[in-house]
Design a protein around this ligand. Sequence first.
Ligand SMILES: [Zn+2]
Length: 162
Amino acid sequence: MSTINCDRCGRELSHPVRYREKYYGSRCYQIVKNRTEANEENEYRDRCHALVKALKEKDMSNITNNFKLDFIPSVIGYYEKNGRLTEKQYEVAYDMLNQKDWRVMTRESYRLGVIDQIDFYSLMALNSRTGSQKWEQWRQKDKEARKFKGNNAQVSKDELKV
Ligand SMILES: [Zn+2]
């Protein structure tokens, strides 16, 4: 029988705790878990900040949909008050961004360090091309990047009548 060692301190474990595909002793587990989740929360807050910046700069003059007209200012207000958006708000607001808004969000994400230089340039290159397929790839890339702690709330457009 092979032994399991703690991924953080290397100690041999009699009662390993599994967390994110790795094993830890109970003390190291708590430390790693707290640190990981604090980092994820910070990153999520930065993503919310970038998204809200795009919403604030969004050209609303051609929007006639009442849901959008109400939702966008209310979600900005929620962010100002709470420093973050709920997952559901994020998903819905995210789907309201057009290509120009996306560039604002991507630039701000890069400034905050949420995405690195390589991602930034590949996203911007993708965005400068037209075509809905490329556009969709970009959306997917951001969605994948936001996989954190199992709360990927999926909201259907029918459900929210967007
Ligand atoms: Zn350990």
